[in-house]
Design a protein. Sequence first.
Lengths: 307, 308
Amino acid sequence: MTTNSATGAPTGSIYDLGYRHYEGERHGRAYSLYSLYLESLRSIFGFGRSASAKAWPLILLGLYSLLAVLQLAFSSIISQAIQQGEDIGLATYANYFEGLWILVLLFCVAQAPELVCRDQRYSVLPLYFTRSLHRLDYVLAKVSALTTALFVVLMVPMVALFVGDILMKQDALQAIENEWPKALPAIPACLWTALVMASTSLAVSSFSPRRAYAAISLFAYVMVYWVVAEIVWAVGTEAGWDWADKPQLFGPARSAVGATAWFFGDQLPTNPGLSSSLGPDAYLLSSLTLVLVFCGILIYRYRRLAA
Amino acid sequence: MAVIETVGLSKHFGPVRALDQLDLAVEPGIIGLVGANGAGKSTLIKILLGLLPATEGKASVLGMDAARETLEIRKVVGYMPEHDCLPPDVSATEFVTHMARVSGLPRTAARERTADVLRHVGLYEERYRQIGGYSTGMKQRVKLAQALAHDPQLLLLDEPTNGLDPSGRDDMLDLIKRTGNEFGISIMVASHLLGEIEEVGDFLLAIDAGHLLQSAPISHFTKRTPVLAVEVEEDADKLAARLTSRKVKARVEGGRVLVAIEGDSVYDAIRDAVADLALSLVRIEQERGRLEDLFKVPAKAPAKRKAQ
């Protein structure tokens, strides 16, 4: 900061510049939405927060990727075993989420309430709604932020698996060419799974300003639904109910698993965890229904919340 | 140009009329909006910000229609709500920067404005600490800072001294006065405490049950009575009796002795009386007209009701 000597003011001292008006550019609604999105995304991973806020998301991300990373670390041993004709149950792009979805759920349980409860509990919402941000924009920003975060979480092990698969092969370049088409469906599958989990988590969380209650209800909803649907399926199959497998469709976890199978369609004709009478199409449709319903609930909720 | 203008503005919540045919035209400056709890202050602010639709009538802010040009208005208006609105787990700098960005300021501009504004409200090193550890006074400053972050032309402050101790209250009022006078920002301060409005405002709007009770410059109300208020620690009655016996008009009101100023000899009379009675004198000040009187005489209300 230079001082103009023509004004006669002595140089080398610190000035109170007084209040300066802002003459620069002011962006509109889209930018406000983007700012909220970015800040929400930062808060999910604890950037700009205390170290303890960073711990949980990183631990859960680590746990979720652990299997893929181990598989990567031991890729040489594994490739030897495969050459010797041993059958090891390896994690693949298509079944990774199915095996470990509970960790993704825990990530949602830990971070989704943070996104929506905090603004309600500390009444930050009126500050947003008196700026160039509509209620719909708020929902959009929060859902996209959690979807992005979950997409990152879901993709980390996919990348590790991809690297592992390539390292197992002799010719790396050739391997990339062969592996690429197999890995590609992981991107839309992870994105879709992220959206299903994000809209579910946020919709359930948005009904309580208390973080703990929101977390418990989210966990309970997904787990209880999952268990009940599995029991109904098992008992119903014995008893010969033809609708026994239908409830499974509308559990967030199961429908996301089923939708994943849809994206990997040609590589995964049958998945033992899913009902064979319902094709992947049914799961894709049911997960789409879940996304629409939960986003609708969110929009309704934020229309009603007093600012 | 009128900063805030309303014509026949009404807001009904079911059978409750929060605002009833309100006509206002407010010039730039510091405007005090006074009314008891439930008089319609917050409702008016919410309508001006486009948070609530008016039942009937029109409201405009800085020449823009509150119902249609909401987003344009919000870009140049800052709002400080009455209640707590700060998340505890971020620093003031983080929070105000974020709010400035949501208001549409680019990243670097938002950072600069945040530093400027936090300095102005008197938060220095503590601005990097988490808000959860702040005192109520500091939190109120952050609330004001977030309202100022995007350099608004008009500030709407809803009960800005809520929950503050006397010295914190004085600091906040001083800050409001400086913001209004030095920064050239128009401010509407809603309060149920007349004393505060008296201290900071240029202009007074008094509303009661959704009606406009008074609208005039503050000086209009506050410089009238040639009366001295004498405050003593005890025995105000004795003092008044002694003064009356010396042919000075005095009476006791609310623990203080009010003395009519009829020439300079009155001051001497008070001094002598206090000395004779060996009372501890707290203060002597010229009694000004007080805004409370406004609410005492409802018949006086010359509310400019629009002719139908």
